[in-house]
Design a protein around this ligand. Structure first.
Ligand code: DC
Length: 236
């Protein structure tokens, strides 16, 4: 049996089993990264931002020198991922942690993520790093495909306007000057790509707990999620 001597959440007496695999999926702007990061911090788990893998591949693809196809490029690139509170991505020696967040990389990552070899590459990294537990994974298919037997799975969602607003705020904070309308259009395009693709589309994973974060702040969402984890650990 798994030990319950996990983490005590600040201000509560919630226990998190030590070796849990927790997945959080959902569309962009639903609050996944904020919540996954907070939850991982509380639990002392590693936060695995699976989108960073797709973004790293997209960055390498955009900057390739010999016009390789994605299938040709994957075995040639050297991407290093350091997951934790802040995700660090290196392409060779080059730190691309900021570069992968550019809006053009978001769209390219979304379109390349339809490719089987790209998904296999990303899945292998997530399974290698997350297989032993103590992780909170966040993405589009972490609970449906990467870890279908995760201890607990969440699907975070929010209304399209609110998601676009959050995304706009996030980008503005990083110095982007993109108009709200452009941000919303890009988000809708990505949502469509990600949920209609043939391989591993964005779905609510079997057995996932659906959390609507519209109009709800991160602390409140975290509380809801912790409540579900506590119930799961208590076998309810
Ligand atoms: O979560 P994000 O915005 O950083 O993800 C960027 C893109 O990567 C997203 O639009 C689709 C792809 N992605 C995916 O297909 N599967 C995942 N588990 C995570 C991201």
């Amino acid at each position: 049996m798994t030990s319950l001597a996990g983490s005590q959440v600040a201000g509560s007496d919630v226990n998190i089993k030590k070796d849990m695999i927790i997945t959080i999926d959902g569309p962009s702007g639903a609050g996944k990264s904020t919540i996954a990061k907070m939850l991982a911090g509380e639990a002392g788990f590693t936060y695995i931002d699976s989108g960073a893998i797709y973004r790293g591949i997209a960055y390498a693809y955009r900057n390739r020198e010999n016009n390789e196809t994605i299938g040709e490029l994957l075995p040639l690139i050297s991407l290093t991922f350091e997951f934790g509170e802040n995700t660090r991505v290196l392409l060779g020696e080059l730190d691309i942690s900021d570069g992968i967040r550019l809006p053009e990389i978001s769209l390219l990552a979304s379109s390349l993520s339809q490719d089987r070899s790209v998904r296999d590459y990303a899945n292998a990294i997530q399974r290698r790093l997350g297989g032993r537990g103590r992780v909170v994974l966040e993405g589009r298919d972490t609970g449906s495909v990467v870890f279908p037997d995760a201890d607990i799975k969440f699907y975070l969602d929010a209304g399209a306007d609110e998601r676009a607003g959050r995304r706009h705020l996030e980008l503005s904070a990083k110095g982007s000057r993109e108009a709200m309308k452009t941000v919303k259009e890009e988000m809708e395009k990505r949502d469509k790509n990600d949920s209609e693709r043939a391989i591993a589309p964005l779905v609510i994973p079997d057995g996932a707990i659906y959390v609507d974060t519209t109009g709800i702040g991160p602390e409140e969402v975290l509380k809801t999620i912790m409540g579900h984890i506590e119930k799961r650990n208590a076998g309810k």
